[in-house]
Design a protein around this ligand. Structure first.
Ligand SMILES: Nc1ncnc2c1ncn2[C@@H]1O[C@H](COP(=O)(O)OP(=O)(O)OP(=O)(O)O)[C@@H](O)[C@H]1O
Length: 371
């Protein structure tokens, strides 16, 4: 069983478990995870120091449930007490520089775009990578930042190996993959360490990824956001001067409800929605070539229309795409002229037109900084 399947099974194993206040574990904003890495499942529950005793039971029940997930290679559930002031100290990513307290200025980046989903596992990272490559196929300079600290997928999707190089100026050089500048928290920080970071810590880490990395001149920087609409996502949406957000959803009702939450979150902090993409919209049978709409059709499009958000298109569920993604050969790079390659490039073209048409400054800055 691969990590994605394991994650789905792990989530199922947690259904029915609730925090002492009755909030279902999977819906609690204080819960990070579950996260699966190399078969190991981890989950963190953020509590105050006084709550430690009352949470001991749910911690142990969640851990037992996750340990019993077939195919898993061990599980850990930790209670993390948020210390006063801890959030102000961003993690040291190894550059030896003093931590950055405020969001940096990304003077060389024309547009910063968040790719987000209300729910995990809907194909947000696959979409981010292929959209980035679609933009690149238009001749643009494109970077991609994997901000999914708790479950970074960029190293897999772009077959990134090793660690980013540190320049003489003590700034990190992004890695190069398929003509993209790429950076992932997964390349920098041990996963078990990152597991226990809550929103402000995550924002601090992202801030460092933006400021300590020499992105150079980019037309677009795609931020592959962490899934969900919790405090980490809100912190990034608020702290980064985004040109806008692209929302990825599958057609299931539950995913659409979560996508709606995502749209509402961005709107709340005045980040425009640049587009909605329906992923795994229909299934193309590899044997008969038949087209099956497993979860109904047009849900995301209708939702986008209802919310007045641009609809960018529907990506089918195909073996070809899954294989390409999971083998580190994104479909747009592998087969740019194929149907999927053309689909992503078309969506990228629409996105770029929207970006360029928007009343947006040329010199991108990040909020909270005096340039
Ligand atoms: N349209 C598709 N057709 C087939 N497989 C897909 C498609 N989109 C994504 N996948 C597969 O689904 C799995 C999850 O995709 P991905 O990692 O992009 O999702 P995600 O939303 O970023 O997940 P997470 O919430 O864990 O970050 C991967 O194995 C990927 O290859």
């Amino acid at each position: 069983m691969d990590d994605a399947d394991l994650l789905a099974t792990a989530r199922k194993a947690l259904v029915g478990l609730a925090l002492p206040d009755g909030t279902p574990l999977l819906e609690a904003g204080t819960v990070s995870g579950p996260v699966v890495s190399g078969g190991r499942i981890s989950l963190a529950i953020s509590i105050t120091a006084e709550d430690a005793a009352s949470y001991a039971d749910i911690r142990s029940r969640a851990e037992t449930a996750l340990r019993m997930v077939p195919g898993g290679d061990g599980a850990i559930v930790v209670l993390t007490a948020e210390k006063q002031g801890a959030a102000a100290a961003p993690p040291d990513l190894g550059t030896g520089k003093a931590p950055v307290a405020k969001p940096p200025v990304l003077s060389g980046v024309r547009h910063v775009v968040a790719v987000a989903s209300g729910k995990g596992g809907v194909g947000k990272s696959t979409t981010s990578v292929n959209l980035a490559l679609g933009l690149r196929s238009l001749g643009l300079k494109v970077g991609i930042l994997d901000a999914d600290i708790h479950g970074p997928s960029l190293p897999t999707l772009l077959a990134l190996h090793g660690r980013p190089r540190l320049g003489k100026d003590r700034r990190l050089r992004p890695m190069q993959a398929f003509g993209l500048q790429a950076m992932s928290m997964g390349l920098m920080v041990d996963q078990e360490t990152a597991m226990v970071w809550r929103g402000p810590m995550v924002m601090s880490a992202i801030t460092q990824m933006l400021s300590d990395v020499d992105w150079g001149n980019l037309d677009v920087l795609i931020i592959d956001m962490p899934p969900g609409t919790g405090d980490a996502q809100l912190a990034i949406a608020q702290g980064t001067d985004l040109a806008g957000a692209v929302i990825v959803s599958t057609p299931q009702d539950l995913a659409l409800i979560d996508a709606r939450r995502g749209i509402a979150m961005f709107r709340k902090v005045d980040v425009p929605i640049l587009g909605v993409i329906e992923n795994m919209a229909h299934f193309i049978c590899p044997d008969c070539g038949g087209r099956h709409t497993l979860f109904g059709e047009g849900g995301a499009q209708a939702e986008a229309r209802r919310l007045g958000a641009p609809y960018l298109g529907a990506v089918p569920l195909t073996m070809e795409l899954r294989r390409a993604s999971d083998s580190g050969q994104p479909i747009v790079a592998l087969d740019p002229d194929g149907a999927l390659g053309q689909l992503y490039s078309g969506m990228a073209r629409t996105l770029w037109s929207t970006l360029e048409a928007a009343p947006h400054t040329d010199q991108k800055t990040l909020k909270g900084v005096n340039p």
